[in-house]
Design a protein around this ligand. Structure first.
Ligand code: SF4
Ligand code: SF4
Length: 358
């Protein structure tokens, strides 16, 4: 037992020795470890400073980015504004520049209408029954063709409702005879299309008439009409697509006639788009030639003078007509263009003067 104890004691000393020698051996390792840790801690401190710097930089970049975004937004607004002003200016210049030839002319085949729209800008809901005289029309078309060398882009047969005229096909035939290359378009509310006789459809086909209806919120069998056009090979193109119903538009006049003529004319969307031909006279719009219906219905006197239109029998050439159409007419002083606007859902007229006043 004792010897074992002594032996055991000897073993303890060995262990101690081994531990000491291990400690001596591990000393450089520990040193390296602490050195590394120190480096690591120092690097952390250094990194944290770097991070701080980077964070500050990033914040600066972020704020620069936000500033630039705001500047870009402002530039976009300015750009949009410049573009709008440029287009408005371009449109004014266009209206005041005589064109090479007439783009389109509107002709009433009926003064009155079978719809009764609020503030109709042809005043057709106020107009009595009336059709152009066919003989006069033939003579006018011949003169117009000679004056313009047949160079008129398009004839739009309109009204009122043109299909109230039982002789549409005769007007189509005459126009096609004198203007073989022009586009001929029938503008209609469609109510009477389905009931048109066969010779109407044949005349549309023969004279290459395109039918352009507006879909009002009324009952019209458009499917049957589409089928008819297909059967006769006639082009049918809606002003508004199948899902859109017509809205009402308020055309506002100022009976005192004290508006800026040039301003009205250059802002007027009818100029260049709604050139009107009636009884041998050409007007730049459809307000002036039809104002008689407004005057009669509301006991007003917005006058039309001989310098509000150009008479095709007095004009010496096409150039004179084109020059005339590129300048305001005295009647422009009655058109309160700034107030013309869409008023939402389509509604019927109560035939009140208020429909045309501010
Ligand atoms: S807007 Fe057209 S459909 Fe309506 S009343 Fe005037 S001409 Fe007739
Ligand atoms: S009178 Fe002048 S402003 Fe009025 S619709 Fe005609 S062109 Fe336009």
């Amino acid at each position: 037992m004792q010897s074992n104890h002594i032996n055991n004691m000897g073993g303890g000393q060995d262990k101690l020795k081994n531990a000491e020698s291990a400690q001596i051996k591990n000393k450089p390792l520990l040193k390296t470890f602490f050195k590394d840790k120190k480096r690591w801690i120092l690097s952390l401190v250094k990194n944290s400073k770097q991070h701080q710097k980077l964070k500050t930089k990033l914040q600066e970049v972020e704020s620069l980015y936000q500033d630039s975004k705001e500047k870009i937004r402002q530039l976009e607004i300015q750009n949009k504004d410049f573009k709008n002003r440029f287009h408005a200016l371009e449109s004014k210049i266009h209206k005041l520049t005589p064109q090479a030839y007439l783009n389109a002319i509107e002709i009433h085949l009926a003064e009155h209408c079978n719809l009764n729209c609020f503030s109709c800008n042809h005043f057709s809901q106020l107009a009595p029954k009336g059709f152009p005289d066919i003989l006069q029309f033939k003579q006018d078309m011949e003169r117009l063709s000679n004056l313009t060398y047949g160079l008129i882009g398009e004839f739009k047969f309109t009204g009122g409702e043109p299909l109230l005229n039982p002789n549409c096909k005769d007007f189509f035939k005459i126009t096609r005879k004198f203007f073989p290359h022009s586009k001929l378009t029938l503008i209609t509310n469609g109510i009477l299309l389905e009931s048109q006789p066969k010779d109407f459809w044949e005349s549309c086909k023969e004279n290459k008439i395109e039918i352009r209806p507006t879909k009002y919120p009324i009952k019209v069998n458009w499917e049957a009409i589409e089928q008819k056009c297909q059967d006769f090979g006639i082009s049918l193109r809606f002003f508004n697509n199948a899902s859109v119903e017509k809205t009402s538009y308020k055309t506002i006049l100022r009976p005192q006639g004290n508006l800026n003529i040039l301003d009205s004319f250059t802002k007027c969307h009818q100029v260049g788009n709604c050139t009107h031909f009636k009884n041998g006279k050409i007007y730049p719009c459809n307000i002036a030639p039809n104002i008689q219906y407004f005057n009669a219905a509301f006991n007003q006197n917005l006058p039309i003078t001989p310098i509000d239109f150009i008479n095709i029998y007095k004009a010496k050439d096409y150039h004179e007509i084109l020059q005339f159409l590129a300048k305001p007419i005295p009647f422009c002083r009655f058109c309160n263009l700034a107030k013309w606007r869409s008023i939402g859902e389509w509604k019927t007229s109560k035939k009140e003067i208020g429909e045309y006043l501010e």
